[in-house]
Each structure stands twice: as C-alpha cells, then as structure tokens.
Design a protein around this ligand. Structure first.
Ligand code: TYM
Length: 318
C-alpha cells in the first residue's frame, strides 16, 4: 500500500507558493486516497531551528501552521498530523543515517550553497544543523516507510538525497530495510516572488509584498498583486527565461492591468474560504492540542517498527 508523507516548516503563515506547490496536493491526495493509503503530514519544527528563532514566535507559528493544515481541509481522522519534535524517532534515525551521508554530497546541495553564499568567510557562523538538514529530512520520510512525497520543485534535490541514503543503508547492511520514496512534484512546481520574479516566493524574504499569505485579506491580496513586478513588453506570453514575470496563452491579448485584475479575483476566491476557516480554528486551543496529541501518538506508533529494524541491523539492539 501507499504511504504519503510531507512536511512544512512552521516559520510563518504558509503562503500561496506553499499552497499551490504542496498543501493543495496534500488535500487532493487525502481526498482521492484508497482506504489502505496512509497519510502523514508534519510541521517540521526541528528543521525550523536550523536558523535562529525566537522561542515565543516559534510556538505561535507552530500553532498557526497546525490551524492552517486543518483550514485547508486536512482531516485528522484520515491523516496523521503532527509536530516533528513530538516524535523523537525522527532525531534518532537522523543520527544513525548520518553514517550514510557524505559531507561532499551535503556540501553540494543547492540550499546549503545558497544559504551560505554570504557567509563564506565566516564558518564560525555556519551551524551544523543547517548543513545536516537534508539528513533529518531523509529520516522524516524513511522512518514511516514512505512511498510518495508531494512537494514543490525546490525539495526535489533533498528527496534525491533521501533515496541515496536509503540505498546506501540497504547496501551496507545487506537488506531492504529502507524504502527509497518517489517524489511527486505538484503541477504548480515553483510559484515566483511578486517583487523579484526570478526567485521563488518564500517565507523568509524581507519584503512582505513578495508573497501572498493564506491569511491575507482580499484588499491586501489585491494591493500586493497590483504592485507585483511585471515587464513592460506588450501582451501576455509564457517565456520563463525571457519574461520571468509573465504568463499564459489564453490571455494573449489582454493588458497587464486586466491580467492583474483576473489574477486578483482568482486568488482572492481561493484564499478567502481558507482564511475564514483559519480564523475560526486558530483560537481553539483545545482542538489544536487534541489534534497534536493524537498526531504525536499515531506518528510515534508508525515510526517504531522502522527504528527498531534499523537499530537491529546496525547492531544497536537485539
Ligand atoms: P518548506 O516549509 O520550505 O515548504 C513547504 C512546501 O511548500 C513548497 N514550496 C513551494 N512550492 C512552489 N513554489 C514556491 N515558491 C514554494 N515555496 C515552498 C515546498 O516545496 C514544500 O513542499 N525541507 C522542507 C520541509 C520538509 C519535508 C520533509 C518535505 C522537512 N522534511 C520531508 C517533504 C518530506 C521545507 O523546508 O519545506
């Protein structure tokens, strides 16, 4: 049977890139799933602390992000929704898998190179958990015997690495213990920034106008799209290299102004019901606590057999 696993960092309110690139697929996979398909979705708080976080802020973001997973339509009866740090097996497996992770491979990962580009001369500032980030991500998926991982395009390299780690482990210990998972890249694989259309939309960009949050009001969405960077070439075409701020063929003869109005109306229609559900859930602490407690228990149970098999294979226990 299929096991679907994916994760999102609770480092702020999820944006339209997260939604179109990943979260919307999660809900679709849930709704279309066969009865024997298992689904797990994690708020990866341990990944979040690979950059410095304010503790109070992080707690609030964990809560808001959990509420958002419910608001988009994930059902805790159907899926296991949990905070990564509630399930210590993730960290344990990560340590063991570190024995399969070459520092050369990790050093070539795009995310590491991008995040460290400015710190090259100052390795005192570069921390180990940012470097080993992909090993924890590999542990996340391998721990639950995941077969399919729905993500945006920026995560494809990390999952390639996870397959490498799984195959390496199986090879060394001579058994098919870990399952190399398939990557499911969503159709909207890379949603771009509104202010800098050659980069992806991201939670960490300093300009809040670069992204649309799933909690933004209609007016805010309209104003962000109105001020979005476009080029001044007439007509609308899709040429990613020459015109990264532009799109599609059935809009060929409309102006940028009309295009922006159409995009605003499509996006506000998509976001409004999510925002409203989020508003009604986010203050309900007892509901969110119940969901997190149930998710932690289910994920702990799901993780146990693989961790035991791995520890046996390595000679850490009988
Ligand atoms: P994160 O939190 O950066 O993003 C969550 C999901 O949103 C997708 N995404 C995008 N898709 C399209 N366009 C964008 N602009 C955009 N920005 C983000 C991401 O591809 C992702 O699917 N390392 C992961 C979290 C993680 C994980 C895992 C994922 C940890 N363990 C195991 C899958 C399996 C991350 O930082 O995602």
């Amino acid at each position: 049977h299929k096991v679907i696993f994916s994760g999102i960092q609770p480092t702020g309110v999820p944006h339209l890139g997260n939604y179109l690139g990943a979260l919307r697929q999660w809900v679709k996979l849930q709704n279309d799933a066969a009865p024997d398909t298992r689904l797990l979705f994690s708020l990866v708080d341990l990944h979040a602390i690979t950059v410095r976080q304010d503790p109070k802020q992080l707690l609030q973001w964990k809560n808001e992000s959990l509420a958002m997973l419910l608001a988009i339509g994930l059902d805790p009866k159907r899926c296991t929704i949990f905070h990564q740090s509630d399930v210590s097996a993730h960290s344990e497996l990560m340590w063991i898998l570190s024995g399969q992770a070459s520092t050369g491979y990790l050093g070539r990962m795009t995310q590491w190179k991008e995040k460290t580009a400015n710190e090259k001369e100052n390795s005192e500032k570069l921390k180990l958990n940012l470097f080993s980030y992909p090993v924890l991500q590999a542990a996340d998926v391998l721990l639950h015997r995941t077969t399919h991982v729905p993500v945006g395009h920026d995560q494809a390299q990390h999952l390639e690495f996870a397959r490498e780690v799984a195959n390496g482990f199986n090879h060394v210990y001579g058994q098919d213990i870990l399952i190399p998972p398939q990557t499911l890249v969503s159709p909207a694989k890379r949603v771009m920034s509104l202010t800098h259309p050659v980069s992806k939309m991201s939670k960490s960009h300093p300009n809040p106008k670069s992204r649309i949050l799933l909690t933004d009001s209609d007016e805010l969405i309209q104003s962000k799209i109105k001020s979005a960077v476009t080029d001044s070439i007439e007509g609308v075409t899709y040429e990613q290299d020459r015109r990264p701020g532009d799109l599609a063929a059935d809009l060929a003869n409309i102006s940028m102004r009309v295009l922006k109005e159409q995009v605003s109306s499509a996006v506000t229609k998509l976001v409004a019901p999510i925002r409203e559900r989020h508003e009604s859930i986010v203050g309900n602490e007892s509901l969110l606590d119940d969901v997190a407690t149930l998710g932690a228990a289910k994920a702990t149970e799901s993780a146990a057999p693989t961790l035991l098999q791995v520890k046996r294979a390595v000679g850490l226990c009988r």
